[in-house]
Unconditional design. Structure first.
Length: 353
């Protein structure tokens, strides 16, 4: 068992995780010179997404049809054409052997979908987290593990998650049923989710931060992440000067376009072509709004959903995690008008026809 420390970054989704992971990936060599190791990943992946699929592939009690097989296939795709790893035991061996670098005393594992573990299989969630804990405790002393999560206000998380589903998954569900679905999944019960981790990692340290207050800044989010963890002072000057700052990733589509898609539900022929049309429409949205002097900050969340999210946030007790409340600016945004600007609709109709 190593004396090294492990930082396990479990999300939350929609808290800049992709940008943080791209930063850690791009600066891996510079971080290693300062004793910080971004743990091994397959095929130059920027995150530890394979770990999420590995956990789901290792649980026999999943009830949804074919869900385990789907995770097994995605796990294999992580290694593309490699035939060296054939069983879940092989993958777990890869995971554990890639956690420690002899020249470093801190390791980082980052995957936001760890936050989603058990989302669709509530009965298996405890076993999933326990499985991960069992493997980690073979390498790290329990007290040397720090579990990190950035939390986003419930309304802003819902808005951003719906936006991503519309943009990347072709999900055209109206915002109210989407809200009800996520509420039923337990996605908005942050305290319950985190209490499961606290229970299974009783000796670990936990670092929970407000996304808007701790990571959103004029400075690069990767730097803010290292600072939040107290690692920024470990970076030597030469490495700091050589840092690479990747472009921002996973930009959201404009709320006006988001609203158009869920209202009009344009035909999806092929998902890649559909995504391409969305990218074209998104580039045109803001210039048209500016031209018509209606370029405001909008939200697809209506008053009723906002009030529901406020109540959920108020009763989602995070005080024992030293987080009495989560910051939100969403009330400053305007609700999407019931009638979308004619020029916008005409432009979108032509793109999605």
């Amino acid at each position: 068992m190593t004396k090294n420390k492990l930082i396990l970054h479990i999300g939350q989704t929609k808290t800049g995780t992709t940008s943080i992971q791209s930063f850690l990936h791009a600066n891996q060599k510079q971080l290693e010179l300062s004793g910080i190791y971004y743990a091994q990943r397959p095929n130059f992946s920027t995150s530890h997404r394979y770990l999420f699929h590995l956990i789901n592939s290792s649980i026999d009690s999943l009830t949804q049809a074919n869900i385990k097989e789907k995770h097994v296939l995605r796990l294999r795709k992580s290694w593309k054409e490699s035939s060296e790893l054939k069983t879940t035991s092989d993958y777990w061996k890869f995971f554990k052997e890639g956690l420690v670098n002899d020249s470093c005393n801190v390791s980082i594992v980052s995957e936001e979908l760890l936050w989603e573990v058990g989302k669709f299989e509530h009965e298996a969630k405890h076993n999933m987290i326990q499985l991960l804990a069992n493997h980690l405790h073979q390498i790290f002393k329990p007290k040397n593990i720090t579990i990190v999560a950035a939390l986003r206000h419930h309304s802003e998380w819902l808005e951003s998650w719906h936006n991503q589903m519309v943009k990347d998954q072709g999900n055209q569900m109206n915002i109210l049923p989407f809200f009800e679905k996520e509420k039923a999944y337990g996605s908005l019960n942050y305290s319950k989710n985190l209490n499961d981790w606290l229970e299974i990692f009783p000796e670990a340290k936990f670092k929970f931060v407000d996304f808007k207050q701790s990571l959103v800044s004029n400075r690069p989010i990767g730097i803010m992440f290292l600072e939040t963890l107290g690692l920024l002072d470990k970076i030597n000057k030469e490495s700091f000067k050589s840092m690479i700052y990747p472009d921002r990733l996973q930009e959201a589509i404009h709320p006006i376009l988001q609203a158009y898609i869920i209202r009009k539900k344009p035909n999806i022929d092929e998902i890649d072509k559909y995504k391409h049309k969305i990218r074209i429409a998104n580039k045109m949205t803001q210039p048209i709004l500016m031209l018509n002097e209606i370029d405001f900050s909008y939200t697809v969340l209506n008053k009723n959903i906002l009030e529901n999210c406020e109540q959920i946030s108020k009763h989602d007790n995070l005080r024992h995690l030293n987080m009495p409340s989560l910051h939100s600016d969403i009330r400053k945004k305007r609700a999407i008008p019931r009638v979308l600007p004619q020029q916008i609709v005409k432009t979108f109709d032509n793109i999605f026809k």
